[in-house]
Design a protein around this ligand. Structure first.
Ligand code: ADP
Ligand code: MG
Length: 578
């Protein structure tokens, strides 16, 4: 399917030199160049959630490198590509090291700062022609026509598009989407979010670098202006208008912005009777209107984003971890403490869970149960106390390390990728069981591993009863079933300890019974399960032991019937609820 579409697109490119006028071919070339750069911004902003107002800088770095080498150094234009990419990628890597520590609204501000710096650098570095730039840059090939250049750019765009599409339906692509959704969730599945954010940043810059290289040899003139802040903002406009969540959005947005700018630069001054950069104003108005009426851009209205395809039934499943011996102490906390400012959210927490045991943690709202989960899973660091898992100290080791030891968790407030399919959401849980990185995924060298990951995801979807909704967006499910997606995702990690924060909330009675059966089956396989739950019938019928928290303290612990009869517990919790 994808191959057929790519074939049609290639044929269309081959026809360009014969059907377009010189002027149209020039415009088509600029649309293609802008689209290649915008693909990078879709990956960076739309997919992995990092806003950049400095994208044009990377076009500039590659464009100036190749322009200088071919004009003054006598190098062939093709040699400028690897050199330009090396400089662009290297700069992006260094900027990424600095900016990946910056989060929230400060990141876009930082990108504006370095975009402005590079703009002046291009203008003042000796030998680059100052703010007027320099020309007489050799074309891609001697004697190349505008039409042939447009066709070539089209071929590069198609290749870049396919590589990016491969990436998005892969282990790394799923992880990139998780980055945008919740870094805490991503880390709990073993994803190195800081590193992935940096490599996405470099990849986006490399795509811009390819665009910049083409730009220099097609325009045959470089100056700082096309690589400054307003150009960067235009790339943001492109992905916002086209739709930042889909690769097609980059192409649609690039076409609209480049073609509209071409029309408006002629039309507006004539209409308004004076000259000026009115097209920027027109774009801004268009973007505001669009954000109002179609906040996700045009592409999602035209295409449904496609998730990973189901693998064949006979795919081999991934190898599984050896479970600890039945009854072995798997998880133990001692005197765990967490303060939020003046609030003691957890104090003196001593919990233990053995292999093949279900322990329930109960208590009124605000008792500190979720905080305890966050401490154990490494989402928060304790102020005091220790956590041992399988005999190793894990406190302060971070969520990723703890996930690798075999601890999975769900969240009280579900953290899913709402637009991604149920299958992709569940497969995200198997991240640590795959290895393929960006390059392998882009080149489709990851297919065997990918099929095994998806197959594993399907097995766990079957187990929790989600087989019928695998291709649906996870966000379209009722909340109770979204919890089941999180449970299946956790199981994909192949855990020996599973922490479930209110897994039965929002489930119907039959679904609760099915969940209880599943948890019993997991226990019988030797998993250690710690769960927070408010439904007392559910807890009392399921748990082997119950621990009760109130005001950050453990107030009781024992077998379900002991705890139920404990007057302190009835006072603190059960009495209040019943
Ligand atoms: P539970 O899960 O038992 O309902 P929590 O562990 O979520 O309770 O919360 C325990 C207490 O800690 C509450 O008073 C809550 O407001 C506070 N708390 C939880 N997380 C944070 C946080 N990140 N920052 C500040 N206070 C928090
Ligand atoms: Mg809670």
């Amino acid at each position: 399917m994808k191959g057929a579409r790519a074939g049609v697109a290639l044929l269309a490119c081959a026809a360009l030199p014969f059907i377009l006028t010189e002027y149209q071919a020039t415009l088509a070339g600029f649309v293609g160049i802008a689209a290649i750069a915008a693909l990078g911004l879709v990956l960076l902003t739309g997919v992995s959630g990092q806003t950049s107002f400095g994208h044009a800088t990377f076009l500039g770095l590659a464009a100036y490198t190749t322009a200088w080498m071919s004009r003054y150094g006598g190098w062939p234009p093709l040699a400028g590509l690897p050199a330009g990419l090396a400089i662009t990628g290297g700069t992006a890597f260094l900027l990424g090291l600095i900016t990946s520590r910056i989060s929230g609204h400060y990141l876009p501000v930082a990108t504006i700062a370095w975009c402005a710096s590079f703009f002046y650098l291009f203008g003042v570095l000796p030998g680059l022609g100052g703010f007027n730039g320099f020309g007489e840059i050799p074309p891609l090939f001697p004697g190349i026509t505008r039409g042939t250049a447009a066709a070539l750019i089209g071929v590069v765009l198609i290749a870049a598009f396919l590589l990016c599409a491969n990436l998005l339906t892969s282990r790394t692509g799923r992880a990139m989407r998780a980055l945008a959704q919740s870094r805490i969730m991503a880390e709990s599945l073993g994803i190195d979010t800081a590193r992935l954010a940096r490599s996405t940043f470099v990849l986006a810059a490399l795509l811009a670098g390819v665009a910049g290289w083409l730009f220099a040899h097609v325009q045959r003139y470089v100056s700082p202006a096309p690589f400054g802040l307003s150009a960067s903002i235009e790339y943001v406009f492109m992905v916002v208008i086209g739709g930042a969540s889909q690769l097609a959005g980059a192409v649609i947005g690039a076409a609209i912005v480049v073609l509209l700018r071409d029309q408006l630069t002629e039309l507006l001054p004539r209409l308004l009777g004076s000259s000026g950069n009115f097209e920027t104003v027109a774009f801004s108005i268009a973007v505001i209107l669009l954000l109002h009426y179609a906040p996700r851009g045009i592409a999602p209205a035209l295409f449904r984003g496609r998730g990973s395809a189901l693998p064949d039934r006979h795919t081999v499943a991934l190898p599984t971890r050896a479970m600890p011996a039945d009854g072995a102490l798997v998880l133990e906390t001692t005197a765990l403490e967490k303060r939020f400012g003046g609030l003691l959210a957890a104090s003196g927490i001593g919990l233990s869970v053995c292999a093949g045991e279900i322990v329930a943690l109960i208590g009124p709202n605000g008792a500190g149960k979720s905080t305890t989960f966050n401490l154990i899973s490494g989402a928060l660091s304790p102020n005091a106390g220790s956590i041992r898992m399988l005999g190793h100290d894990i406190q302060g080791r971070g969520a990723r390390f703890i996930a690798r030891q075999g601890l999975a968790r769900t969240f009280q407030h579900v953290k899913l990728l709402p637009d991604a399919s149920v299958l992709d959401n569940i497969a995200l849980g198997a991240h640590l069981r795959g290895r393929a990185g960006m390059l392998r995924s882009m080149l489709r060298l990851d297919r065997g591993e990918e099929a095994a990951l998806l197959h594993t995801a399907r097995i766990h979807a079957d187990r929790v009863g989600l087989t019928d909704v695998l291709p649906d967006p996870a966000g379209s499910l009722p909340l109770g079933r979204q919890r089941l997606v999180e449970i299946a995702r956790g199981l994909c990690l192949d855990p020996c300890v599973f922490l479930l924060d209110e897994p039965a909330a929002g489930l119907r009675l039959q679904e609760k019974q099915a969940l209880a059966d599943l948890l019993r089956a997991l226990r019988d396989e030797g998993m250690a399960i710690l769960l927070v739950e408010h439904d007392m019938d559910f807890v009392m019928g399921l748990a082997d032991r119950v621990a009760v928290m109130d005001f950050g303290q453990m107030i009781a612990e024992g077998r379900p019937e002991q705890v139920q009869d404990n007057p302190i517990v009835q006072e603190a919790y059960l009495g209040g609820v019943a």
